[in-house]
Design a protein around this ligand. Structure first.
Ligand SMILES: CC(C)(COP(=O)(O)OP(=O)(O)OC[C@H]1O[C@@H](n2cnc3c(N)ncnc32)[C@H](O)[C@@H]1OP(=O)(O)O)[C@@H](O)C(=O)NCCC(=O)NCCS
Length: 156
């Protein structure tokens, strides 16, 4: 387990595309700039797992301070282990490495969000000791059509 390097990006893009069916190179380049290069030592972490010199998994997390009315806590918001490398403890090791970095930043709480029907990720996080927390996610569709931004001047 180590922090991501630029040379890992192709493997990360390919791994994500294999798991999700979508190649999102521009997205991963943005994530790399934000979490790989600009990530501060204590706040943002983009970790990769290597086996035989190849990237076989990654995990991304960030310490968020005082948001949602909550003291600083560590959020996990992306994880993938290559299908051929699963059930060998790599996900567990990635989470342990990320948790250790959060602990070093003084954080004592770990949080994540997952799709309700993603039983694989739920099973993984439950195995790591995570339970339902006190926050609930809310969302709605934004009305489409006329832009109402105050920054948009009406055309005359
Ligand atoms: C979830 C995931 C990260 C687990 O990685 P992994 O390296 O296989 O995990 P581990 O080997 O450390 O497994 C730890 C525990 O997770 C649970 N688990 C892992 N795979 C499981 C499976 N297929 N079914 C049920 N539970 C499972 C088990 O409790 C396991 O403990 P055990 O080995 O003692 O049974 C991996 O399956 C993955 O990348 N899935 C796809 C993630 C995804 O969809 N990402 C895109 C959206 S973010």
């Amino acid at each position: 387990m180590r922090s991501v390097r630029r040379a890992d990006l192709d493997a990360v893009v390919a791994l994500d595309a294999a798991v999700t069916g979508l190649e999102k190179r521009a997205y991963w380049q943005r994530v790399y700039r934000r979490y790989g290069v600009a990530g501060t030592a204590e706040q943002r972490h983009f970790l990769v797992a290597l086996a035989g010199g190849r990237v076989v998994g990654f995990m991304i997390g960030e310490v968020r301070d005082w948001e949602f009315g909550s003291p600083p806590c560590g959020w996990v918001f992306a994880l993938d282990v290559h299908p051929q490398a699963r059930q060998a403890g790599i996900g567990t090791q990635l989470l342990a490495a990320l948790s250790e970095r959060f602990r070093q930043a003084g954080v004592t709480k770990l949080r994540t969000l997952l799709a309700r029907d993603n039983t694989l990720i739920l099973s993984f996080f439950r195995s790591q000791g995570m339970m339902a927390g006190p926050l609930i996610p809310l969302e709605m569709d934004l009305p489409q059509g006329v832009a109402h931004s105050a920054a948009v001047e009406p055309t005359r």
